[in-house]
Design a protein around this ligand. Structure first.
Ligand SMILES: CC(=O)SCCNC(=O)CCNC(=O)[C@H](O)C(C)(C)COP(=O)(O)OP(=O)(O)OC[C@H]1O[C@@H](n2cnc3c(N)ncnc32)[C@H](O)[C@@H]1OP(=O)(O)O
Ligand SMILES: CC(C)C(=O)C(=O)O
Ligand SMILES: [Mg+2]
Length: 553
């Protein structure tokens, strides 16, 4: 008989908030950001950061513009304590940056934590204890009253330790850990008791951080919980509501965004979503999601690759290639229809030349993150003509006419199928040279030529060309250079071509400028052949293009 393991789990109950307001709210400004990379992120690492890595992380966060940084858990051990007290004593914390530390609600740990902050100009002391039924029952073996008492006593110790050190401008944060799985009325009751001890004011508010310590419900539930708390907490103007989502169900970002709509003021998280289990909410994603809605997050991610490098170095964790905004592949299209749309998007974007970004399949301009356009389109067996043409244009400056793009794409497709791998720019250039007879000995090869004008205005082409390995002089007459070459081929080499399309463009500026010419011809048998010529001289490029087409017959 089949077992159904889902019977082990219970659904998360709805929140009784029928007049919820958050669904019709939008986020119009950035929240306060608190990075907990050096605490919650750090405590989740196989090898926690040493002082050198912590310092490097801190310096990066400052550069990014993060103003509140949880630098560690001072009572965890000597590395943590020494780093934090060293940072304070170094006097290098910028005036607009406030460090934060975390402590359990235990006297010895709180006292140690304050010692680590000795001499800090300002600091946030963050106190926590878990409040939800499972933790009360399993971890603490306590009832509601006893759990509340842990918070009250911890708050009193915090208050007294702070009072002993008036030289520091103290702020306080309290987390009813496991808030999202606790009864709302109980979390509120505990927070009110902490407020009674720490007596916040609008000038010196308390931060109530409301964690989804373990994400156990859909993000709308978290939003309901945040809105409920914001409506019911007394003296709301003396309270900063902070979100602290984890990502167990993969909806940490959504929960945070809905929590902001529900009235939260502040967001705690880690860059790239490091943190316990599936991670804390990813601050980069939340911030850049705001950015793409026209809201300045106040954080500088203009060199995102250097952020990734530093995070990877400090955490020892590799970034997934599809990690939002930062992964190696997130601005890359392999598939033909996406490539076609992106290529058109770039052209229209350049033509429109206004401030707005509108490129299909690219929700953000890679350049805003310091990423280049070069890798946006990459070619494999799923690619189409637009993508192939884009790579050739980026790599060699060649702007192929549309039908030639289609022709080249077929050659590239065959190569991709044959190789079963991504094709790089060099592969595509190789395929291009082979397809249009630009390399190696060819049936028709141009030596040199002269173009003269007949008395009636006709052009006369006289060229020294190699035909089947034998050098010969050929000549032809037409109303232009191309038609005179076509005539020479027809009359003296037996090759009959009709020109269907011709185009040319300059390849690069400066004294070594080159030109590219493209010709599409039809043979007497109705076959379509393409030719390409590249030369410093635009007329010579067109002669080469016609001979190229002859090589394709
Ligand atoms: C959701 C979060 O991220 S919370 C932050 C978690 N981070 C960390 O724990 C990293 C740093 N921690 C540490 O280095 C260590 O845990 C220390 C040094 C703080 C404490 O170590 P120890 O004293 O050896 O004990 P341990 O961590 O096992 O603590 C368990 C005890 O603390 C109690 N406890 C746990 N959390 C809290 C709290 N917030 N407030 C008060 N007591 C608490 C437990 O009930 C348990 O009590 P018991 O021994 O009576 O059963
Ligand atoms: C200590 C608290 C804020 C925490 O990290 C959590 O509950 O996830
Ligand atoms: Mg956490």
């Amino acid at each position: 008989m089949l077992r159904d393991p889902s019977v082990k789990y219970r659904p998360f109950p709805q929140i009784d908030l029928p007049d919820r307001q958050w669904p019709s709210k939008t986020i119009t400004r950035a929240p306060r950001w608190l990075s907990t990379d050096m605490r919650d992120g750090n405590q989740a690492l196989i090898d926690p950061m040493d002082s050198e890595k912590k310092q490097r992380f801190f310096d990066m966060l400052v550069r990014l513009g993060v103003k509140e940084i949880e630098v560690g858990f001072p009572s965890a051990g000597a590395v943590e304590f020494d780093f934090i007290s060293g940072l304070v004593r170094s006097g290098t914390i910028p005036d607009d940056v406030t460090i934060q530390i975390l402590t359990q609600s235990r006297r010895d740990l709180i006292e140690t934590s304050f010692k680590s902050l000795e001499g800090a100009p300002r600091a946030i002391v963050h106190l926590y204890n878990a409040v939800s039924p499972a933790w009360r029952k399993i971890v603490f073996g306590m009832d509601r009253q006893q759990i509340k008492q842990i918070a009250i006593e911890g708050a009193m110790i915090v208050r007294d330790e702070a009072a002993k050190r008036p030289e520091t401008d103290w702020s306080f944060e309290y987390s009813p850990e496991t808030f999202s799985t606790a009864e709302l009325d109980f979390s509120l009751e505990v927070c009110e008791s902490v407020m009674d001890v720490l007596r916040p004011t609008p000038e010196k508010p308390i931060i109530f951080n409301l964690p989804a310590t373990v994400e156990c419900a859909t993000p709308n539930i978290y939003a309901d919980q945040i809105e409920w708390f914001g409506r019911n907490i007394p003296n709301r103007d003396s309270v900063v509501i902070s979100l602290h989502a984890h990502n167990d169900r993969g909806t940490g970002v959504a929960a945070t965004e809905l929590g902001l709509m529900a009235g939260a003021d502040r967001v705690e998280g880690c860059l790239l979503g490091n943190g316990e289990r599936t991670g804390n909410v990813d601050l980069v994603t939340v911030a850049l999601n705001l950015y793409t809605q026209g809201v300045d997050p106040g954080l500088d991610f203009s060199d995102i690759d250097s952020v990734v490098k530093t995070v990877e170095y400090c955490t020892g964790i590799a970034t997934h290639p599809r990690q939002p905004y930062v992964g190696d592949l997130v601005f890359t299209a392999f598939s033909g229809s996406h490539q076609d749309a992106i290529k058109k998007g770039f052209v229209v974007q350049e033509q429109r030349n206004d401030q707005f970004w509108e490129v299909p399949y690219l929700p953000i301009d890679p350049a805003d993150l310091g990423r280049s356009y070069e890798a946006v389109i990459r070619v494999n067996s799923q690619s189409g003509k637009g993508g192939v043409a884009w790579v050739l244009e980026q790599d060699k400056g060649l702007k192929l006419p549309k039908r030639m793009q289609g022709d080249l794409s077929r050659h590239v497709q065959a190569l991709a199928d044959e190789n079963s791998r991504e094709l790089h720019a060099a592969d595509i250039w190789g395929a291009f040279q082979t397809a249009y007879h630009l390399e190696g000995p060819q049936r028709f090869m141009l030596g040199d030529y002269e173009e003269t004008r007949a008395s009636n205005g006709d052009r006369i082409f006289v060229g020294r060309i190699t035909v089947d390995g034998v050098e010969r002089w050929v000549s032809g007459r037409g109303n232009g250079l191309i038609s005179s070459v076509i005539a020479a081929l027809k009359e003296q080499c037996g090759i009959e071509l009709d020109v269907v399309d011709f185009s040319e463009h300059a390849l690069s500026g400066g004294s070594d400028a080159q030109a590219a010419a493209y010709v599409e011809c039809r043979t007497a048998a109705g076959k379509t052949v393409f030719g390409v010529g590249i030369d410093a001289d635009v007329a010579t490029a067109s002669v080469r293009a016609v001979l190229g087409a002859a090589n394709g017959v």
